[in-house]
Unconditional design. Structure first.
Length: 273
């Protein structure tokens, strides 16, 4: 667990959460202050330390407490009306959010982030110069690195409970192809590339196409070019294709940013980049 920068009073509020309501002004102020720290990027739900993803459980609990202590309020953006306990984010310095993008308070967007019509949920952290493309979703508490491209229709799963559960982490320089799904605390390592439509969960087998050897489950290896595939497994009712993530190639460090190399690898195997 991270040594949380948030006020320990949140632990006491958590212990009596069942009795909290929006009428508890002091509690609401404490929770709002915590979410404002998440919104500024001064606190975050999780981060990579060494090789591990460590979680700030206090920060997660602050979000859950917000749904106890924040009142339902009405808001609007242009011609659209909303009614929710969590307001929209207004701190957008250095960020480009085009019409149709929705970003909730308590998420952090670093300078240089671009949000096309998309959705970023509370507790998410999106680092500098990352593109959240059209109809992509960044789920609650997901951690997205620098110079990442989340292509059209990508689904990055969210997690709030249990508080100790690690969120999805997409590390720096990763590319997540159109309509990919990355959920259940899965991890896309630095510089990894997922071809369109790949599915990665915490239990997904990750297999080397050249050797058949397996990597750690639920993780796209650093610098790997990966596509969704299936592997036959026998059940009492018959043989069925079970989803796997197939590693076509691991790029050398100099190739990671070369989109022509990436496109060639994917097209060689009949996959759209």
């Amino acid at each position: 667990m991270i040594d949380s920068p948030l006020d320990p009073v949140l632990d006491e509020l958590w212990e009596r959460r069942d009795g909290l309501t929006p009428a508890d002004d002091d509690a609401r102020e404490q929770v709002h202050e915590a979410l404002d720290a998440l919104d500024r990027g001064d606190a975050r739900i999780a981060q990579v330390e060494g090789d591990e993803v460590v979680v700030d459980e206090r920060a997660k609990r602050a979000i859950l407490l917000a749904f106890k202590t924040f009142p339902m309020t009405s808001s609007s953006a242009g011609g659209f009306s909303y009614r929710d306990r969590m307001p929209l984010k207004t701190r957008l310095d250095g960020v480009r959010t085009v019409p149709g993008s929705i970003v909730r308070f308590g998420s952090y967007l670093a300078p240089g982030v671009v949000c096309m019509p998309s959705y970023v949920n509370v507790g998410a952290y999106v680092d500098a110069d990352t593109m959240v493309d059209t109809w992509a979703t960044v789920g609650s508490c997901a951690q997205i690195g620098r110079d990442v491209h989340l292509s059209g229709g990508v689904g990055i799963g969210g997690v709030l409970e249990p508080a100790q559960a690690a969120p999805v982490v997409v590390e720096d320089d990763a590319f997540v192809g159109s309509r990919c799904m990355v959920v259940e605390g899965a991890r896309v390592r630095t510089g990894a590339k997922l071809g369109a439509g790949a599915i990665l969960t915490a239990s997904t087998h990750v297999v080397d196409a050249s050797t058949g050897e397996e990597y750690a489950r639920g993780e796209a290896p650093a610098g790997a070019v990966c596509v969704g595939s299936t592997r036959v497994k026998s059940f009492p009712g018959g043989d069925f294709g079970m989803p796997v993530l197939l590693v076509l190639r691991v790029l050398a460090p100099g190739e990671i940013h070369d989109k022509l190399v990436l496109n060639d690898v994917l097209r060689e195997h009949g996959v759209a980049p």
